[in-house]
Design a protein around this ligand. Structure first.
Ligand code: GTP
Ligand code: MG
Length: 371
């Protein structure tokens, strides 16, 4: 029997079960080509969030199968949620295959930052993991920036010969959006919700010898957004340029990253106060207070991303308290939420956050220019 696949998500089409992935009405299945499954149709036309029955293990297997057949892989990271997308699973692939690393969503960076500034930072982060990619490309699917450069870089390596390149990464980093730009056709379904692409999708890039393969997103762990509802999680994804606010705090003041995490300043530097900037989606409220006020603020309606019920559920997570020191030109990152960039002095804090969330100190993506 010939199997047809959905153009938008790669799933095998079927006409037996309306409630299963890949459904199309029988008359369409046999008479039409280039079909979209019912799920893709609803996502594309009505922006619906439709769940599916695939597990992270299913996605993992599917990605592995495609990677095995490829000549080069294109792992993709989200510059705004770098730690959330820089997972061990993706790094393992990078160690084993030729690669061009794609850094997407650079449109969300503040205006004053140029991609060349962050290029060395990305190289250093990869080098820390023992990874040296063949090349790195900074792109924005939203602004259509840097996409042709991907083709150029592949052709440089393979001298315009036939090549199969597989894009991979965690869900929602923009894999399908980038491929649509390469194909100059919005054929693959994209959406703001995770888990849009279900199976690998092969397409030939027009006027080249390149077959580009889209894969389903790997499911990351350790992001604040994974602990809350999908709709609230979307509010943590910046819709435009990331918001930045600068602070100079006293010892014992508490900085609240909305209700999601908070830290108390333990030691102010003698002589001058530490200066830091907080980066996050514009919906996230930064607030400075004192310890006595924290509990009321968490319970009340000052912070509004989470509803009262959702706040209660969020606080059922196990929280940890840790002392962390962040030096000048380093950043304290809370995966899936944002980061704190220390511009002057050392920030010694006692931070409270859900144990399941990845919190790391890293070298700053962009350094202060005072030196
Ligand atoms: N700001 C911004 N948003 C982007 C960019 N690229 C993709 N997005 C958005 O990110 C969301 C996810 O895009 P997709 O292309 O569906 O992501 P994916 O990696 O294919 O996701 P899965 O198929 O679920 O793994 C969509 O809301 C896109 O509009 C970009 O360069 N900048
Ligand atoms: Mg996709």
């Amino acid at each position: 029997m010939i199997t047809k696949k959905c153009l938008g998500c790669g799933i095998e089409l079927q006409c037996e079960d309306k409630n299963k992935e890949g459904f199309v009405p029988e008359e369409k299945l046999w008479t039409q080509e280039n079909l979209l499954c019912q799920r893709c149709y609803k996502i594309k036309n009505y922006g619906q969030n439709l769940t599916n029955n695939f597990s992270s293990e299913d996605y993992r297997k599917e990605v592995l199968q495609s990677v095995k057949k490829s000549d080069i892989i294109l792992p993709i990271f989200d510059i705004i949620d770098f730690e959330g997308s820089f997972t061990d699973e993706v790094l393992d692939y990078l160690r084993d295959y030729n690669s061009i690393v794609l850094i997407n969503k650079i449109d969300l960076l503040p205006d004053f930052i140029h991609p060349t500034e962050i290029s060395n930072w990305v190289k250093a982060r990869l080098a820390e993991e023992g990874i040296v990619p063949d090349d790195i490309a900074f792109v924005s699917a939203k602004n259509k920036y840097g996409v042709n450069g991907i083709i150029r870089k592949i052709n440089n390596i393979f001298k315009n010969k036939k090549v199969r390149a597989t894009i991979l990464g965690v869900s929602n980093v923009g894999k399908s959006s980038i491929i649509n730009l390469l194909l100059k056709d919005d054929r693959i379904t994209t959406s703001k919700y995770s888990g849009t692409t279900l199976k690998s999708i092969n397409n030939k890039v027009p006027d080249t010898q390149i077959t580009i393969v889209d894969t389903p997103g790997l499911i990351p762990v350790g992001r604040v957004s994974d602990l809350i509802s999908v709709e609230s999680g979307l509010k943590l994804v910046p819709a435009g340029e990331i918001s930045r606010k600068t602070f100079k705090l006293e010892e014992n003041q508490v900085f609240m990253f909305d209700v999601f995490c908070r830290f108390k300043i333990l030691e102010a530097n003698s002589g001058y106060k530490t200066i830091f900037s907080a980066y996050s989606s514009k919906n996230v409220k930064f607030h400075v207070t004192h310890q006595e006020r924290v509990s009321d603020l968490l319970k009340g309606d000052f912070f509004q991303i989470l509803s009262k019920n959702e706040k209660e559920r969020y606080f059922e997570n196990k929280f940890v308290t840790k002392v962390i020191e962040v030096k000048e030109n380093e950043e304290l990152v809370i995966a899936g939420l944002g980061w704190i960039n220390v511009k002057r002095g050392t920030l010694k804090v006692e931070i409270v956050y859900p144990e399941a969330v990845k919190v790391v100190v890293r070298e700053a993506i962009f350094k202060s220019k005072k030196n």
